[in-house]
Ligand binder design. Structure first.
Ligand SMILES: Nc1ncnc2c1ncn2[C@@H]1O[C@H](COP(=O)(O)OP(=O)(O)OP(=O)(O)O)[C@@H](O)[C@H]1O
Ligand SMILES: [Mg+2]
Length: 344
């Protein structure tokens, strides 16, 4: 396992599965939670393996430290390169040549305590900061990561010079576009599976829980979402569009609710100031209807999952519905006019 990673209960996916019925089966499995490949051979005519059986068998084994005698499954350890499925392509960034690359870089070994959030995303610590590392895990991840980087660069150009540091630019990115910035592009040096010196992924601040997780953990459907946050998000997405950027997948699972800053001792004021911000930028989802319509749908989702102060406030409901209707017509100005700037 990666030396800077924390163990997580396995989440195993089967990637290929070759079955000779009644004779044997061999499968290639990947534990997303611990980012490791496995090969599985089953020599037992009694077992008719499907993907669920295979993945739960691998997960069971990964959990246990030793294989049990009498099991129809045998495990042996082979060098990683006999088991891993390598990433065959690579992405370069921020080399020594003169370049237009704008984002800072860091190396994978600077990330600490990586722990699984989902396929391709780990929470981690970087220079003491609570962060998310979104990695190139398979070849298909290269394009989306390259797009995420490009969009941040476009937004940095639009922002122009502000403040004295990249932190000021990043704060402005969140304020103006309601987008999570990229703190650094992560380069793999001597860390598999990335080709040395190429991009391993991107590092972002941990911006809060996404709305899908919050709704799942909050069974009373009472998310602390305010009309002001919705209005601010509409303004941010309008700004993105003005800069020629399409998010491409505005959904509740790509929206996070910021946590109040730790150093803030006025918890209530901080919660009120927390924003809804967007992650996962630039990969246009299949049959996507455009950011405006997707945002309208998101507003209605937020309304139904919000705490009663918003959800059961008839006047506020009417305003959110009017905003969603305006967004269905791609009319951002009308949507903004519908939503109250005061926090009713
Ligand atoms: N900056 C961040 N702050 C907090 N959580 C994040 C952040 N970035 C990613 N996450 C979490 O990781 C999950 C996956 O990240 P992301 O949405 O960027 O990629 P993805 O889900 O792989 O893409 P797709 O939506 O196509 O599946 C998110 O749903 C969210 O829970
Ligand atoms: Mg996502």
């Amino acid at each position: 396992m990666e030396s800077n990673r924390l163990w997580h209960d396995p989440v195993v996916e089967i990637f290929s599965n070759l079955i000779t019925p009644g004779v044997r089966c061999s499968a290639s499995a990947y534990d997303l939670a611990n980012r490791r490949w496995y090969r599985l051979k089953v020599d037992d005519a009694e077992v008719v393996p499907d993907d669920d059986w295979l993945s739960s068998t691998v997960a069971k084994h990964v959990r246990a430290t030793t294989a049990r005698a009498g099991s129809p499954v045998t495990f042996e350890t082979k060098p990683d390169d006999r088991v891993d499925r390598p990433i065959t392509k690579s992405l370069s960034y921020g080399g020594s040549e003169p370049t237009t690359d704008k984002l800072p870089t860091t190396t994978f070994d600077q990330l600490e305590s990586l722990t699984y959030i989902s396929r391709s995303a780990d929470r981690c610590t970087w220079h003491g900061k609570d962060c998310v590392f979104k990695r190139i895990e398979f070849d298909v991840d290269i394009e989306p990561i390259a797009t995420e980087i490009r969009i941040r660069e476009t937004l940095m150009d639009a922002i122009g010079p502000v403040g004295n540091s990249i932190a000021d630019v990043n704060a402005e990115m969140t304020r103006r576009f309601l987008v999570v910035p990229v703190l650094a592009v992560v380069i793999g040096i001597n860390s598999k599976p990335w080709k040395p010196g190429t991009v391993a992924g991107i590092l972002m601040p941990f911006a809060g829980q996404d709305l899908e997780i919050l709704a799942r953990d909050n069974t009373d459907a009472a998310l602390p979402i305010t009309e002001l946050q919705l209005r601010d998000l509409v303004r941010g997405v309008q700004e993105l569009g003005k800069c020629g950027v399409e998010h491409g997948d505005i959904k509740y699972w790509n929206t996070v609710l910021q946590q109040p800053a730790e150093e803030d001792d006025d918890g209530a004021a901080a919660a009120a100031a927390a924003k809804l911000v967007l992650i996962d930028l630039g990969s246009v989802a299949p049959e996507y209807d455009g950011d405006a319509k997707a945002l309208g749908t998101l507003l209605l989702w937020c309304l139904e999952h919000a705490a009663p102060t918003l959800r059961e406030n008839e006047a506020a409901r009417a305003r959110v519905h009017a905003a969603a209707a305006a967004l269905a017509e791609e009319d951002f100005d009308a949507a903004l006019k519908s939503l109250s700037p005061g926090d009713a």
